[in-house]
Design a protein around this ligand. Sequence first.
Ligand SMILES: Cc1ncc(COP(=O)(O)O)c(C=O)c1O
Length: 408
Amino acid sequence: MPTAPAREITAASRLDNVRYAIRDLACVADEVIQQGHNVLPLNVGDPLNFDFQTPPHIIEAAYKAMRDGKNGYAPSPGVPEALEAIRGEAVRKGITTVRDVFVTAGVSETVDLCLAALVNPGEDVLTPSPDYPLYSAVLCKLGIKLNVYDLDENDGWQPELADIQRKVTPGTRGIVLINPNNPTGSLCTRQMLEQIAEVARRHNLIVFADEIYDKLILDSENEKATPHLAFAAVAPDVPCVTFGGMSKNYLVPGWRIGWGIVSGDAAAVKTYTEGVHRLLRARLCANHPEQYAIKPALEGPQDHLVEVRRKLRSRRDLTQKWCEATPRVSCVAPRGAFYAYPKIDIPESDEIFVKELIRQKHVMVVHGSGFGQKPGTQHFRIVFLPDEKTLTKAYAGIAEFILERYGN
Ligand SMILES: Cc1ncc(COP(=O)(O)O)c(C=O)c1O
């Protein structure tokens, strides 16, 4: 029987601005791979792509949970022993006003649920620029107009307080703080956290403190110390959800385990927390057996972190030296996580720079415009997870490319 030609099924127009530059570049890399070249991937923040291994006792805990039959649905907020371990971690971080904790499929799902539970049409949430792009993607998905505040490159990428104050509108409901920061590698000072808390108090905002990299602080003199300052510890009264997870600190990004810790004035966060739980129930549960690895991870041996930070510190130093020695490149030294966000002085867009770099030198970094940046500036994000030999080769390729394409 003749049928009418199929008509195109279009995607929702609110997705028009959903971009994830980190993975979108894969198409360009595929072209190069099809021509028979290897691409050096300095684009995705997955330590397991390099010489980092998941601590065996964590794997054993998840495996044991599977063998013990923990393969059905879990309780929607998470399994009790994981929740208790996360509460313990909050206390160790100095968070004294914990009101609720819940487990999610990675911090990605925490971000999704926490934003969805907060904003109504016409309202907004302040997000940093540059930004980890998931925040703007989720807000676009929810049909929310973006309201970004600048991070100040001239002040070590600290949030620009005056810009935050300027951008708060009557419809602003919350503020996202990524600390340690992706993509800049910066750490917020105590004073900055206190000042942001003051803005939150004045305008009745909830703070989403994304602290997924809190154990990857590279400037600590004393390895035993945990120098990361949790926002919720600095401002116990301010409504806050602290985002944490297993992906980075415990080297299991593929397990998809994250969590939220709700803190602040109990009455102020009650209704919002109930909203989050409605969404938690609607999506049934987070990955079940992996949740049994949360307690062994948070409470067991932390030796792997000493080794991870040692490697990252050496790779950060190499990266910083290269940035200082390379014409047209300058960089605020990263202090946490595994990203550097150099500025580059070139007469074309950083997106063209990055795509041509992949095509010509087979090195993959991510353009600054994929994260948001001040107009007229250009940057690229480096993931400095590879070993020193690989990084040295990649940096030689980038330096050569800059010289050939733009001169000194
Ligand atoms: C700042 C930040 N938040 C959240 C995430 C997502 O983490 P997860 O693997 O827990 O979903 C990432 C991943 O790179 C990140 O950099």
